[in-house]
Design a protein around this ligand. Sequence first.
Ligand SMILES: NC(=O)C1=CN([C@@H]2O[C@H](COP(=O)(O)OP(=O)(O)OC[C@H]3O[C@@H](n4cnc5c(N)ncnc54)[C@H](O)[C@@H]3O)[C@@H](O)[C@H]2O)C=CC1
Ligand SMILES: O=C(O)C(=O)CO
Length: 326
Amino acid sequence: MKPLVYIARELPEEAAEFLEQHCECRYWQGPGDITDAKLAEEVGEAEGLLVTGTPIHEKVLAAGPNLRVVANLSAGYNNLDLQALKERRIVATHTPYVLDDTVADLAMALLLASARRVPELDRLVKAGQWKKGMDAELYGLDVHHKRLGIIGMGRIGEVVARRASLGFEMDVAYYNRRRKPEAEERLGLTYCGLEELLSTSDFVLLLTPLTPETRHLMDEAQFKLMKQNAVFINVSRGETVREEALVKALEEKWIAGAGLDVYEQEPVSPDHPLLRMDHVVTLPHIGSATAETRINMAMSAAKNLVNALTGQSPLDIVPELRPYFL
Ligand SMILES: NC(=O)C1=CN([C@@H]2O[C@H](COP(=O)(O)OP(=O)(O)OC[C@H]3O[C@@H](n4cnc5c(N)ncnc54)[C@H](O)[C@@H]3O)[C@@H](O)[C@H]2O)C=CC1
Ligand SMILES: O=C(O)C(=O)CO
């Protein structure tokens, strides 16, 4: 008999077909995105769950007595209560590596768009406001040969660093939980403390996971350290930044601008002050959202789910749970 799995989101055809071959699949039918409360109602006898971002905590796990695996269709897994999973001996997986290039491209796109004011000037042209001779107040900032400070030099951080260093000849500095001498050598990176990184970088890119240590890592004190002509880019999770502090930093011109893919509340409220600022580029959490990469991520999550249910070791067990399942 095939194991029963509950799929809490839409999947590309390839991944759905693969899962159907190996599992009996039940799907969330909507409306809208599933909530943790709804998931607790739906899980029933399922042995496996496939989710993106839905909070998975004790109440959800307790509602599914047969659960053996939670496959998270994303690289970040801050939606998972790891302690509850560990106590119930339920393995959890994520989808690293397959999205690194795509997310790094998006980080560079945000950096370039913010520095060269691409969305703002696009709006100006389309509004028929292009006058001959460009006002100096619309000039942007150079990217090439500037200093990029990356906070969180992991898989994606390294791919961004390669683009910035080799492509744009930027001077790349980084701050990380641990130093990476091999990457320093290969990519010409400079390691520095957080304060030094913030006070010397022209662009600051946040790329850490969301954890209790990184929650509100960027607060008033950190924005105050940044240079007045520096730009802040966030591609990690919204809650790594105290948004109120970012708004203040932008309103009071402690920094020159920001490029954001993620927010404390998603979708961000339409009346959020950040959306009224021309010097802020806002994207709707699309770091990995290309057709090709979303298929690869879905296949990765599906294979992890099937492996776990058929007694093979899943490839991408979240690091904190590996010691208990490998
Ligand atoms: N905007 C988007 O669509 C996407 C966002 N992400 C976010 O990016 C994050 C990073 O992804 P990866 O590079 O794959 O993860 P990773 O685990 O390879 O890298 C994270 C790095 O952050 C460092 N780090 C962790 N805590 C830290 C701390 N307190 N201080 C300094 N450094 C710390 C780690 O040592 C590691 O080097 C994900 O956890 C996710 O939240 C990932 C993919 C897409
Ligand atoms: O993978 C992730 O962590 C995302 O945020 C979406 O791709």
